[in-house]
Structures are given as C-alpha cells and as structure tokens.
Design a protein. Sequence first.
Length: 258
Amino acid sequence: MNPTIYGLVFAGALFLGMLLLLETGRRIAIRRLDQDPEGAREGLSVVEGAVFSLLGLLIAFTFSGAATRFEGRRHLIVEEANDIGTAYLRIHLLPASAQPALRELFRQYLDSRLGMYRKLPDVAAAKAELERSLKFQGEIWSNAVEACRGSGSQPAHMLLLPALNAMFDITTTRTEATKNHPPSIIFAMIGVLSLAASLLAGYGMAGGKLRSWVHIVGFAAATALTVYVIVDIEYPRFGLIRVDDADRVLLDLRESMK
C-alpha cells in the first residue's frame, strides 16, 4: 500500500482517538471534582508540562528530520544530473567511432533513470526499471573500457572512467536515500504521547460547564495533520508533497543529449 495512505489512516485514527480521550479525560475530571474539589488538580501542572513538552520535542525533531531528508533527496537529483552530464561530456575524449554507440547508451540510461521514479508508487515496476538501469550501467562501462583501451589515450582513462564511477555510485546513494526513514517506533511514540496529552488536556478542560469544541477539535486536528504532513514529506514520490519538480534538471539534461 502507498505509505502516505498508511499515514492518512494513522492520522485519522489519531484524530478520533484524541477526541475520545479528550472526552474521557473531561469526564474523569468531572467525577474527581465531585469527590475531591480541592485536590482534584493538585500536582497536575508538572505532569502536563512534562508530557506536552516531550510531545512537542518529538514532533519538532521528527518534522525537522523529515524536512532535512526531503532537501537531501532534491540535492541528490541535482548531483546525479551533474554526474551524468560530466560523464557524457567526457565521451569527447574517446575516438569518434566509439562515441555514437556510447551516447545512445547514455540516452537510454537516463530515460531509464527518469522512468524508474515516474513509475512510483508502483514499487514493483520501479524495481524492474532499476534493474534495467543497472544493465545499462554494465553496457556503458564495458563499451567505455573497450573504447579507452582502443584509443590509447591516458586522459580518457583518467577522466572518463572515474566520471562513470561517480555516475553509477549516485544511483546507489539515491536508492538508499529513498529507504531512509525514522523507525516506526518514533511514530508509535508520537501516537501514544498524543493520546496521553489528550487525556490530560481533557482533564484540565473540565472546569467549564460546556465543552469548548473549538479547542477540542482544533487540538486533535492540528496534531493529526502535523503527523500526516511528516509522513507525506518522508515519502515525496507518493503523496502531496513531492520532489518531482527537481527532476527538471534531469529532463533538461536529456533534452541536451538530442
């Protein structure tokens, strides 16, 4: 299933759970106030402050990490475009007879790299396209090595082959970057702390005779929406917040290869 669908389900369940515990906390407080009006709120401020502070810190650090990884993925797209562009330009170091075939392989390779990310969120199709890209890497490397040997040119060996290595390495780096996410326990902790904070907040709101639906719904909705946005940022090829616009550098590079 699309990870952002999981995020939406999690956020929706969190919203409903927080509403339930806000009401539960309020009812517990009303019963406690009837039994012990003087001591019902004794010492609660310390506990509430600790729980809300911990929840706020956890959400802040998780959001910050997601935003950092999002920008890192955009940077890797630009880096891959630079690496492919550099290697493509260094084909000029090879004999003229060897250049056309290698340039065509580069075009097919870049098409495959673009196609891999276009096929998401179909993970199976994306993996198949990745395998195709790796095959192109092998063909490019074999042709380049053979052409370098045939040319007898030292600059070709020293400049083209390292550029190809960098072009291949960034593929692995980008693939692993797509798997880099916080452990599931982090989101579980956010869920548990959000529910605990809701229980305490509901307890603290029992002083009034009427419920403040603005505060109740607003608190639950703000927390659930923040959690969903964090998940959406973590998977920028699946949801609403995307890195697709950064692919334009690869598309521009592909246009320059015609």
